[in-house]
Write a protein that binds this ligand. Sequence first.
Ligand code: FRU
Length: 508
Amino acid sequence: MKITLISFVFLICAAQTIRSQEAGYLSDKHRPQFHFSPKKFWMNDPNGLIYHNGTYHLFFQHFPEKTVWGPMHWGHATSTDLLKWTEQPIALYPDKLGWIFSGSAVMDFDNTTGFGKNGKPPMIAIFTHHNDSLEKLKGNNHQYQSLAFSNDEGKTWTKYARNPVLKNPGIADFRDPKVMWYDAGKMWIMTLATKDRITFYASADLKNWKKQSEFGQAFGAHGGVWECPDLFQLPYGKGSKWVLLVSINPGGPNGGSVTQYFTGDFDGKTFKPTDTITRWMDYGPDNYAGVTFSNTGSRHILLGWMSNWQYANQVPTTEWRSAMTIPRELSLVNINQKAILVQKPVMEINRLQDPGKAIAVNAGVTELDLNSGLPGPSGLYRLSFDTEASTTVSVTLSNSKNQQVVIGFDPTRKEFFIDRTTSGAKGFSNEFFKRSVAPRISNAPKLRLDLIIDHASVELFADDGTTVMTAIFFPDEVFSKVMLQSPRMKTVTNVQIANLRSPWKAGD
Ligand code: FRU
């Protein structure tokens, strides 16, 4: 290959941009290190999550002019390990049909759309066009579904000339298509949020869609509008079950935006729920619009937006706003004859985990200093321990400014909690500085807590991912102290803590 002077200069500039981006990430006290956040400006929902040829693609709701929500684009980032993301040029810009709202992406291996080129399957994005001018006319027809395709593995995109492919039938909230290939019926299925229910559509070519059925008007939680659904099948016992995720805003058990799920059967036409229970995927205040990657074989990997519409536009970051959750692997377990969704951090995170240390527990104390022996202050930790379901226990993250976040378990109420009441400078929101709770779902006599802490977030995977809570925080100084408290320290065992490395550190 001949490297011209111009391309040489371009390569040097590109390398420098990446280096200065890394330097900025390391010194920004609220910048998550191993959670994706946009370089600059606003981000909300993950979109078009797809794995292809060794690369994970994360598209996202993005307004590349301000740090508040506005005319939506699809931003783009790629990763080979789900943790170190490299931001790419914007994938989809608003056009005359509207802004680009949430949606999904699939590989069209059989070229059902005819968009493939030179024998290579196209990558297809299916998204909602949101027409702001039509919305103002209040005709209930301003959201409709459209396609775009890429013949270079997601780098550049062409919108389909005959968009939209699914017109609005007169429903104001008609959005967030999640499309999958339903092999048993050899057809594409679109799961669409339609105000207070889900509508399923089927298609042979992604261009012509036929309504199959509706689900949910009389099921689940309805404290807010239904958004960002997902439908997938997971192994369960000797067979399998379908899981339907539905985000709702507002109406969460701890206020604001949250994701509920249903388990049941799907036959290509209708979704039949197993029961009428309302299940919450993550009880914390900050996991919204989560959906799974497509084309990952038997792995089901979920990524959520780590914020809440109650305060997303006000959180105190300056150049950028919002991050995604840690990617989580999903499975189902049977607890009391109910199928319960389990989330575990993807095993790729082990690569970022320093050897860490096991903490010797002195049964005679009520407080243990967990991180004083670790190199630090890192503010990035993975920490886990076992105890008994009858033990009161908490972990306190704190700094020298008397700011703290407390994560723990209250056995009298059988509740986990995250308390961020005094987690940082107040004033940006009345909703933020609160204590959130989650019921314990497992009934095992042993209790296990696994915590993943980045500069500005904690994710609690309790009882091996059966009860999950995610919360963000914005301390004025990194939480450099980690203490474990319990009046029954003798029941606390297997205490482990490790620093997590920032993937932006030189040499990674
Ligand atoms: C969910 C959501 C989606 C919509 C997008 C707009 O957070 O409201 O329903 O497509 O955000 O940015």
